[in-house]
Every structure is written in structure tokens, then in C-alpha cells.
Design a protein around this ligand. Structure first.
Ligand code: GDP
Length: 193
């Protein structure tokens, strides 16, 4: 497969990241829950398709029923296309993600980011976590270790450089993510042989 799906809460910087990855401009600021057309992108030779899957219940101001519907749509899409999906990129806001996860946990809810991470694993897609907005994070290693902990990975985060990718999409500092995607692509090609 050669499809890369991006998922994440609104405002984490998904459209900024898509723009950096593809060189195209995407207006994902439209109505929450409106699934975008798949976007084709030539990268490192092969024809990659990036699919921005919005929502997954992340939108504030969207009623519960609608949120559940969006989540169901996302899950269905990923399940139906799992064979073609080379990578699932969960985009999070490095500055806010720990607080958000812990707040949900405190309320007895399963945090959506954690849920999505495990969901991708469950359907056989090894998730890549693009930890965005690292320009706003001072205690970088500590923050990334905390994120590992919340996702059920044992720190230190440096063990997971193909999974945990600290980036700053706004300034185009996305090398860790590009390198993880390139590695996935090589692995997939090798498996095809
Ligand atoms: P989306 O809703 O996930 O598509 O998020 P956007 O791409 O629209 O970005 C939301 C906001 O975060 C915008 O104001 C962006 O300029 C800002 N943003 C995106 N990436 C970064 C980043 O790496 N660092 C900082 N500080 N802000 C960012």
C-alpha cells in the first residue's frame, strides 16, 4: 500500500503539516467532520496518497451524536483500507497533549489520542506519532517520555525514533517524520519482494 493517513484533533497543525509534506495548500478549516478528498502527493519517487481524516471525536462544539458518527466513519475508512495504508500518522500538539490526555483520564474517559493510537495498532497499522509544535516545548525529553508513558511505551523516547517524531510543522522542521515515513516505505518495498 502507498497511502498515508493523518489523524488528530483539530488545531494540532494537520493542515500546516500536510502543506509541508506535499507542497500543496489545504484548507482543512472547513466544517468539522467533512472527510476530505484523498490528496495525491509525489514523494521520493512513488506516488503517495495522503488522506487527512479529520475529527475522530476531537471537535469541541460538535454534538455527541455527530462526533460518534465521525468516529465511526474514520474507523470504517481505516478498516476498509488497512491493506493499502502504509502508515497512520497521529498528529498531536506537543505542548498540550499530556494535559489533554490526563484531563480525560481524570474524568474516567479514554483519551481520544490514546484510543486512536491503539486503534491503529489493532488494525495492523503501526502508528507514527507526529509530535507537533515542539517549538513551544521547553522540557523536550521529559515531555516526550511522558507521551511514551501515556501511550504504553516504556521511556526513554529515543528508543522509538521510528514512532515518536518531534516536529515543528510551522517552520518546516519535519525531518524526523519524513525519515520515519521513508523507513516505512523501505520496509514495505522489502516485504513486497
Ligand atoms: P489543524 O486544525 O490541525 O489543521 O491545524 P492548523 O494547521 O490549522 O494549525 C492550527 C494552528 O497551529 C495555526 O495557528 C498554526 O499556525 C499553528 N501551528 C501549526 N504548526 C505549528 C507549529 O509547529 N508550532 C506552532 N507554534 N504553531 C503551529
Amino acid at each position: 500500500g502507498d497511502e498515508v493517513v493523518l489523524v488528530g484533533r483539530s488545531n494540532v497543525g494537520k493542515s500546516t503539516l500536510m502543506r509541508e509534506l506535499t507542497g500543496h495548500s489545504f484548507d482543512t478549516g472547513g466544517k468539522p467532520g467533512v472527510t476530505r478528498q484523498p490528496n495525491h502527493y509525489d514523494w521520493a519517487g512513488p506516488d503517495f496518497m495522503f488522506t487527512d481524516l479529520p475529527g475522530f471525536g476531537f471537535m469541541s462544539g460538535v454534538e455527541e451524536g455527530k462526533r460518534e458518527q465521525i468516529k465511526t466513519d474514520v474507523v470504517r475508512y481505516v478498516e476498509a483500507n488497512a491493506d493499502d495504508i502504509l502508515a497512520g500518522v497521529l498528529v498531536v500538539d506537543g505542548k498540550a497533549v499530556i494535559d489533554i490526555i490526563d484531563r480525560h483520564r481524570g474524568n474516567g474517559d479514554i483519551p481520544h489520542d490514546v484510543e486512536m493510537f491503539h486503534f491503529l495498532q489493532d488494525v495492523g497499522i503501526d502508528p507514527i506519532v507526529a509530535v507537533n509544535k515542539m517549538d513551544k516545548v521547553d522540557d523536550r525529553d521529559e515531555r516526550l517520555d511522558e507521551l511514551c508513558d501515556r501511550l504504553g511505551l516504556f521511556p526513554p523516547w529515543q528508543q522509538y525514533q521510528e514512532t515518536i517524531c518531534p516536529i515543528t510543522a510551522k517552520t518546516g522542521s519535519i525531518e524526523p517524520l519524513e525519515s520515519a515515513l521513508a523507513q516505512r516505505f523501505r520496509d514495505a518495498k522489502r516485504d513486497e519482494l
